[in-house]
Design a protein around this ligand. Structure first.
Ligand code: DMJ
Length: 634
């Protein structure tokens, strides 16, 4: 077919297959007038030109009148402003658009623009549910790599496609993953994980050697207890907390039996120590306990056991677990502190802190987290634990006073360190681990309810408001630690440029980041272990503030994990360097990627009634445990 036989130009055909589209009789007539009668009969005379112009104006008016975003008056004023020539051209182009009017199809937009068109709450919900499904697919991909190449090992090495036992050989990835699979309704994974636990775990616990008290408590004991609760143990009706009721294969009584057996063995770390501070390691098969080679325990490790041991006491009916673990916090209450802040080492022999190094990163972090979370867990139980709340409040005042600074030139709020105590120099170093703090601060402020409700009920003190503000500022900083790198993934440690500090370091590589000069990354700190702390805080802050930006930030981080850490054969891998593309890989999928990172992302994009924050407290490995054994009463 030649272009002359068509009512439009060849140019039209190139970009729009309008020739196959239905045209109304009106369009057929106007098109015929323009293309034949006027063009050939009157085209050469001035009256003809005038008539043609008049008709185009009339048609243009009709078209503009139907178009909501291009009013006739706009077109007319454009015509006046730009002259007749442009006016005529505009009219003709409008007429062409009539012929080319596209069929009524839903808009095809790139994913990021789609969000702008969400209008109703239901559309928004569905939009986020579809993103949540992507996280579930990622979890299934992570699990499939582990199951295919490392089942029964602690962790997967996704590049060399084998397993490794870095946590004592209790199949830590399986147990860390179980409650995530329950929450996501990933039934096949629940069945596979549960069947391994039922057939293998008890034997492993009885035969295995040395394990770290803290790691085993937060991942294995916490994972077993959380899955026990979520699968209907403790008389919970899972539908009440928004979890799918498809828990085929979970035998909660077995989970509890194994948890008690493990808890009994771990107790030796407390009972062998001459002070309330437990030893760091336990030999599972002979129930002996040992201090670390340097004789010291980490402050965070000994103070991050209580949620799990308390709940074990509740469900087993035996108070010994909770009572041993709580002695640690009671002892901490008596120790000298720096405005509520504590050094990162403590001796189980003397019961005293060792050194002066104060930080909220490694070895310090979850001490502060558990002060408030243990208080929240027990707050309705009648226990006299207000001292924990007071210790938490004092510590957060100390953080605000001694550790919080702003970077230059753009003023990011960050939490630094005091490696030589409060009389020594401030270090503008912030571990990614510190990014748990925004979530903890927000939780501590509203106790798990939304900010809106807390304000309506007049529950927020000036200090709560300050903590909430700090939480939001720090969450932004944690997000920018991702956005500033070439990969969009955060380094393990960042340094902040501050007035008068000559700390050296590289930038993150993303030259379009506003904060490229504020955040410095040292050569040895450029790795990413798939850690959860930032997405954990985004999840908590989204639940509490209901600000959608936290979801958008979480999605950006998830996409970067997808792009740079996904292994083709299954699993995700840690990175050696987040500042270069392509990033070097590290061949390790940490258990917390399935236990924490993907769980928090999934919950971030989902319904706030699923595992609600006023009824559950998440242990430091993201295993939710019920608050004060409440029966989910409002
Ligand atoms: C997890 O094992 C826990 O969140 C712990 O408290 C800190 N480190 C890892 C995740 O980064």
């Amino acid at each position: 077919m030649s272009s002359r036989s068509l009512p439009y130009s060849v140019q039209d055909v190139h970009y729009d297959n309008a020739k196959f589209r239905h045209r109304s009789p009106f369009k057929v007539i106007t098109q015929a007038l323009v293309t034949s009668r006027i063009r050939y009969s009157c085209g050469g005379c001035s009256i003809g030109k005038f008539l043609m112009l008049l008709m185009i104006v009339g048609l243009t008016y009709l078209v503009m009148h139907r178009s909501p975003d291009h009013s006739a008056s706009n077109v007319l004023s454009n015509g006046v402003e730009n002259g007749e020539h442009k006016y005529v051209k505009e009219g003709v182009s409008r007429i062409r658009r009539i012929w080319r009017k596209p069929p009524r199809l839903p808009p095809q937009l790139p994913p990021d623009e789609e969000g702008n068109f969400r209008s109703s709450p239901e559309e928004q919900r569905l939009y986020w549910v579809s993103r949540q499904q992507k996280v579930k697919e990622a979890f299934i991909h992570a699990w499939s790599g582990y199951r295919d190449y490392a089942m029964g090992y602690d962790e997967l090495m996704p590049l060399s496609r084998r397993g490794t036992d870095g946590l004592g050989g209790l199949g830590a990835t399986i147990i860390d993953s179980l409650d995530t699979a329950i929450i996501m309704g990933a039934d096949e994974i629940v069945i596979e994980a549960m069947s391994w636990i039922e057939n293998k775990l008890m034997e492993r616990i009885e035969k295995k050697g040395q394990v770290n008290l803290f790691e085993t408590t937060i991942r294995v004991l916490g994972g077993l207890l959380s899955a026990y609760h979520l699968s209907g143990g403790d008389n919970v009706t899972t539908g009440d907390i928004g979890i799918p009721m498809t828990l085929k294969g979970v035998k909660s009584n077995i989970l509890l039996e194994i948890a008690k057996n493990l808890g009994d063995r771990l107790l030796s770390a407390f009972t062998s120590s001459p002070t309330p501070i437990p030893f760091s390691d336990v030999v599972l098969h002979d129930r002996s306990a040992h201090p670390a080679p340097d004789g010291l325990s980490s402050t965070s490790e000994v103070s991050t056991l209580q949620l799990e041991f308390n709940y074990l006491s509740k469900v087993s009916g035996d108070p010994k677990y909770g009572s041993e673990a709580m002695k640690v916090l009671e002892h901490f209450r008596t120790l000298p502190k720096v405005e509520g802040l504590v050094p990162i080492y403590i001796s189980p022999h003397s019961g005293q802190f060792n050194g002066e190094n104060i930080r909220l990163g490694s070895r310090g972090d979850s001490y502060y987290e558990y002060l408030i979370k243990v208080w929240i867990q027990q707050k309705n139980s009648g226990s006299q634990l207000n001292y924990l709340y007071e210790m938490y409040e004092e510590a957060m005042r100390g953080v605000r006073h001694l550790l919080v600074r702003r970077s230059i030139p753009k003023g990011l709020v960050f939490v630094g360190e005091l490696p030589y105590g409060s009389n020594g120099a401030f270090s503008p170093k912030m571990d990614h681990l510190v990014c748990f703090l925004p979530g903890t601060l927000a939780l501590g402020a509203t106790k798990g309810i939304t900010r809106k409700k807390a304000v309506e009920r007049n529950l927020l003190t000036p200090e709560d408001l300050e903590n909430l503000k700090l939480a939001e500022d720090l969450a932004k900083t944690c997000f920018e630690m991702y956005a500033v790198t070439s990969t969009g993934l955060a380094p393990e440690i960042a340094y902040f440029h501050v007035e008068g500090d000559s700390e050296g370091g590289l930038d993150g590589g993303n030259k379009s980041s506003e904060y490229i000069d504020d955040i410095l990354i040292k050569h040895n700190d450029r790795h990413n272990l798939l850690r959860p702390e930032t997405v954990e805080s985004l999840f908590v802050l989204h639940r509490i503030t209901e600000d959608p930006k936290y979801r958008e930030w979480g999605w950006q981080i998830f996409e970067a994990f997808e792009k740079y850490t996904k292994a083709d054969s299954g699993g995700y891998t840690s990175l050696d360097d987040v500042t270069v593309i392509p990033p070097r890989k590290r061949d390790k999928m940490e258990t917390f990627f399935l236990g924490e990172t993907l769980k928090y992302l999934y919950l971030l994009f989902g319904d706030e009634h699923v595992v609600p924050l006023d009824k559950f407290v998440f242990n430091t490995e993201a295993h939710p445990l019920p608050i004060s054994w409440s029966k989910y009463s409002a």
